[in-house]
Ligand binder design. Structure first.
Ligand code: MN
Length: 230
């Protein structure tokens, strides 16, 4: 079964790690790991206004996302010294999943939006949405409802589940709970309060409705094409 890698997400390795080419797999050589680093936003801090303010994007990217990257690197460093210490493994495993999923999902979140929004997808992604959700309208309703009703902090995720070869919408509590292993996330909505509270306060539904208007469908279609190519 396909693993969830940065290539499968349709993101250049540099977007996740801040540099380096996609794995050097030529000649059967083992691809070298690259350090985790905060990727730059794919647009200006003010480019998503009025849906999301410059202030929110600066805080969310420069403080929150950066915090997950720092936490992930710190956890990896701690694990190096603690692999044989059973007392530390539970907490460090949780930290690894929390910060690692936070980094992956935020990287995809920035790439799930595009200034001005985009038309509903045609082509294979449009066909798959019609097949798996009934219609684009039904998909949009399920994704919005999933975003609005995640308990506490979390995400809504449109993903490709390769075992059944279909699109699914999942909710994720925190960053790492409630997932189906192996799903390739294609487009996500961050519904932690830090993503919208400064601008929308407790009106999460208003934020989600606005988010739905700036989804980057061409980018999502590209990630879908790469996911189904295997
Ligand atoms: Mn966030």
């Amino acid at each position: 079964m396909k693993t969830l890698g940065v290539c499968a997400m349709g993101l250049a390795a540099g977007e996740l790690v801040g540099g380096g080419a996609m794995g050097q797999t030529g000649g059967g050589a083992l691809p070298a790991p690259v350090p985790y680093a905060l990727p730059p936003l794919p647009y200006a801090y003010n480019a998503l206004q009025p849906v999301l303010s410059e202030e929110i994007l600066k805080l969310h990217h420069d403080k929150h996302h950066a915090g997950y990257v720092a936490g992930l690197n710190k956890t990896l460093e701690k694990l190096q010294a603690a692999r044989e210490d059973a007392a530390q493994i539970t907490a460090l495993s949780r930290d690894l999943a929390f910060h690692g999923s936070g980094h992956v999902l935020h990287t995809l979140y920035w790439n799930s939006m595009t200034p001005g929004g985009s038309a509903a997808p045609a082509g294979p992604l449009g066909q798959a949405i019609d097949r798996d959700f009934g219609s684009f309208k039904s998909f949009a309703a399920q994704f919005s409802n999933a975003s609005k009703s995640v308990e506490a902090s979390g995400w809504a995720v449109l993903g490709y589940e390769p075992l059944g070869r279909r699109l699914l919408v999942l909710q994720s509590e925190k960053h790492q709970n409630l997932t189906i292993w192996g799903i390739v996330p294609l487009m996500v909505c961050d519904v932690w309060e830090h993503a919208y509270y400064l601008q929308y306060q407790n009106r999460r539904a208003d934020y989600v409705d606005a988010f739905m208007k700036v989804i980057d469908w061409p980018g999502t279609a590209k990630r879908f094409a790469e996911a189904i190519a295997g």
